[in-house]
Design a protein around this ligand. Structure first.
Ligand SMILES: NC(=O)c1ccc[n+]([C@@H]2O[C@H](COP(=O)([O-])OP(=O)(O)OC[C@H]3O[C@@H](n4cnc5c(N)ncnc54)[C@H](O)[C@@H]3O)[C@@H](O)[C@H]2O)c1
Length: 417
């Protein structure tokens, strides 16, 4: 009662003030409210081990038996549905699986409606029965958007099963799908109530998709974490080889450190700006040209690969502006090579990059807000990059690529006679 009174008193004050601003005969009410959000991101190894109660607790909130809808990526279902089924059944959870063949080309509204259909058929209630989304970034982005729309927002839990999902797509507030040729053009801010990260899922992920995730980790390293960069430079190839599996040996220890630092770094950047009120975002490094590059090259380039091409180009831009030394630029491009990530793609023409930057400027409300690395582990924003600079960077990157691909000129050969 007291609360309502004080709220309405505050509202009266605001209304009075804005009333003065209305022209004669008019009226104005201003409504303002804050939506507080908090959610956990948890690294939880052996998630599907029947002895591990974490998933059951998350799904049931301690009140089994319950009914839940699980939306799962088709590949993930083929690998894990048996263990998932045994786990949920063993914890008194009645559930239905909705299997989605999720990949970038079907990251569209039609697939969101497929999930919404499944939610409706299952009878998902409004507040207290979170839908479980289990899969890569494509799957969790689609389910997140479906959950944001269904009954104007139903809760969901994310279980990311790819590296990109674990350190990026599965831990922020953004959901979305592609629209026409535009990447993630339709979406909503709707974070899951919980994200459960089990690095064990990476044991079945192919090495290309692991590298794809390491590209987003490299992004965090370049903009804010020089130590993380060193770890990638030293252990990158082994991390891929050993599928980022935590363990007692040096690479196993590094895998967990890399994962934790990447999540920590990402959340540090996301949390203060969860609704993207500010469009100057360091985590947009590698995401200025890449949305257009990715969509134009689709399905040839994966998300992280397109981001890596953008990071390479942006790093050369930074070098030309004196923000990176030649040695630093060499190190950046070397790590990309160690991780066997692309630094260029044939779709990258001057014209395409002009359009890509123009589209990004619209997305950032008329400003470039282009993050560029300043040394390794730091970054600045620039707003005055010219088409001439972009073309010079593209040319220089092409020249470097040609030089690294050409066989080394050998010196005189000792015939050993
Ligand atoms: N919402 C965000 O903030 C955000 C952030 C970064 C990226 N994204 C989005 O994420 C998407 C990329 O995500 P992704 O790289 O996870 O792609 P993805 O979801 O397509 O998954 C990649 C492939 O791995 C398979 N897979 C998933 N888990 C597996 C496992 N454990 N073992 C074997 N195979 C497995 C999938 O079936 C798929 O074929 C892009 O659409 C991108 O826009 C979103």
């Amino acid at each position: 009662m007291t609360r309502t009174k004080s709220l309405s008193r505050r509202a009266d004050r605001v209304a009075d003030r804005v009333h003065d601003e209305a022209t004669e005969g008019g009226a104005v009410w201003r409504v303002s409210a804050l939506k507080e959000v908090s959610y956990d991101v948890m690294v939880q190894p052996r998630l599907l081990d029947p002895a591990n109660p974490a998933l059951a607790r998350a799904v049931t909130s301690g009140a089994a038996p319950v009914r839940r809808l699980v939306v799962i990526d088709a590949t993930v279902a083929s690998l894990y549905s048996e263990r998932l089924t045994a786990y949920l059944a063993g914890h008194d959870v009645e559930f239905r699986l909705c299997v989605i063949d999720a990949h970038e080309s079907v990251k569209v509204m039609a697939t969101v409606f497929e999930v919404v259909d499944a939610m409706d058929a299952f009878g998902v209630p409004r507040r207290h029965a979170p839908v479980v989304a289990m899969g890569g970034g494509v799957l969790t982005d689609i389910v997140g958007l479906a959950a944001s729309l269904y009954r104007r927002a139903t809760p969901y839990i994310r279980i990311p099963t790819t590296l990109i999902g674990m350190i990026d797509a599965g831990i922020g507030s953004k959901t979305g799908v592609n629209f026409r040729e535009h990447k993630n053009r339709l979406g909503a801010y709707h974070p899951s109530s919980l994200t459960l990260i089990d690095p064990g899922f990476l044991s079945t992920l192919d090495s290309r998709h692991l590298r794809n995730g390491l590209a987003e980790i490299l992004k965090i390293a370049l903009i804010k974490d020089a130590e993380l960069f060193d770890l990638l430079a030293t252990h990158g190839a082994d991390l891929v080889e050993q599928r980022m599996q935590p363990g007692e040996d040096a690479v196993g220890g590094t895998a967990l450190t890399v994962l934790r630092r990447a999540v920590q770094g990402m959340l540090e950047e996301l949390q203060p700006n969860l609704w993207e009120d500010h469009l100057q975002r360091l985590v947009d490094f590698g995401h200025s040209f890449s949305p257009t590059i990715e969509m134009t090259a689709l399905p040839e380039l994966l998300h992280g690969e397109a981001v890596c091409v953008d990071m390479a180009l942006s790093s050369v831009l930074a070098h030309h502006r004196g923000l990176l030394t030649t040695a630093e630029l060499d190190r950046v491009l070397d790590v990309m090579r160690v991780l066997r990530l692309p630094v260029l793609h044939p779709v990258c023409t001057p014209e395409l990059l002009r359009g890509a930057l123009a589209d990004t400027v619209k997305h950032r409300d008329g400003r470039q807000h282009l993050p560029l690395p300043r040394g390794i582990g730091d970054a600045v924003f620039v707003d005055d990059v010219t088409q001439h600079e972009v073309e010079a960077a593209l040319f220089a990157l092409g020249e470097r690529e040609r030089a690294t691909r050409q066989p080394k000129v050998r010196g005189p050969v000792d015939m050993g006679v």
